[in-house]
Design a protein. Structure first.
Length: 85
């Protein structure tokens, strides 16, 4: 059975290593400050664990630092249909 997610205090958005990646558009200091105000913390989730389940409220945005994630729906025969990565 997967472990429960572990939440840690938020890190500084201005020092985020992902900001150096070519896929990210540069942000102004004002935009980075705004993002920092939204950030509630960091969540470490074990492989195979759900971030949230169907019909659960999902008010948070997630930045994936490592690994991969996907959305799926359960089919009547028990298989999963991947909706997106």
């Amino acid at each position: 059975m997967p472990h429960e997610p572990t939440r840690t205090p938020p890190s500084e958005c201005a020092r985020c290593p992902l900001r150096k990646r070519p896929a990210f558009v540069p942000k102004t200091p004002k935009e980075v400050d705004w993002l920092q105000q939204l950030k509630q913390g960091q969540l470490r989730v074990a492989a195979g664990a759900d971030l949230y389940r169907v019909n659960d409220p999902a008010p948070e945005l997630f930045t994936l630092y490592s690994g991969w994630a996907f959305r799926y729906r359960a089919l009547p025969d028990g298989r999963r249909q991947i909706l997106n990565f």
